[in-house]
Design a protein around this ligand. Structure first.
Ligand SMILES: CC(C)(COP(=O)(O)OP(=O)(O)OC[C@H]1O[C@@H](n2cnc3c(N)ncnc32)[C@H](O)[C@@H]1OP(=O)(O)O)[C@@H](O)C(=O)NCCC(=O)NCCS
Length: 182
């Protein structure tokens, strides 16, 4: 098991096939999927395929979504991480996008912000990028609050496959200098 980063409360490590049941618990929950295509998973097979894709991304890009584990309980509580886009999106090419997703029972504890802080530290230190981006449904208030706490700035609403989607960016200089409220 590859541990990548630790925070006071969390371990961030690569996703494993043994995370299947926890991922299924999270991704079969309609509330978790409300603002992300609104299409919760129906079978564990779908989850196995997702893990396979993410493991491929670790190999190809050296980075992808990471499992977040609560140190107190050793439970897989969600994931957070940087996905590399090699296809253009909203006129951007070859960029990293921050994403996060947690089991509903672990919302409201600061875990998305904590884990993303560690990931952004890691990303700006290791990935040779001067900006990291994020996208979210405009109605996803919880997600937008996390992005704002991290220091992301709203740029515009764009059309993502027919769905209005908010585009955010975080400059490396902002991350290093502004000391966001984290
Ligand atoms: C988006 C998502 C990850 C946000 O999770 P979250 O738990 O609300 O975000 P945080 O980790 O920042 O926690 C923030 C809350 O924890 C509270 N909190 C409690 N203890 C805390 C602590 N020790 N440290 C920091 N915050 C703490 C904060 O006060 C804050 O509450 P508030 O939102 O009422 O102000 C979550 O809603 C989710 O998984 N949604 C489904 C998937 C999704 O939509 N992902 C985003 C797609 S773009």
């Amino acid at each position: 098991m590859k541990i990548l980063v630790e925070t006071e409360r969390l371990i961030l490590r690569e996703l494993e096939y043994t995370d299947e049941n926890d991922l299924f618990e999270m991704d079969s929950d309609p509330e978790v999927h409300l603002y992300i295509e609104n299409n919760p998973v129906k079978s564990i097979d779908e989850i196995s395929k997702v893990i396979e894709i993410i493991k491929g991304q670790y190999k190809e890009n050296g980075m992808a979504r990471w499992a977040v584990v609560d140190k107190l309980t050793n439970e897989f509580i969600g994931w957070s991480g940087l996905k590399y886009f090699n296809q253009p999106l909203n006129n951007h090419h070859h960029f990293y996008e921050l994403g996060f997703r947690f089991k509903k029972k672990h919302w409201g504890k600061g875990f998305a912000t904590d884990s993303s802080t560690a990931i952004l530290d890691y990303g700006f230190a290791n990935l040779n990028v001067d900006k990291i981006f994020a996208i979210t449904n405009p109605e996803n208030v919880n997600s937008k609050k996390v992005l704002s706490k991290l220091g992301f700035n709203f740029q515009e609403t764009f059309d993502y496959e027919g769905v209005p989607t908010d585009w955010f960016e975080l400059k490396k200089t902002t991350w290093e200098n502004k000391k966001p409220n984290r």
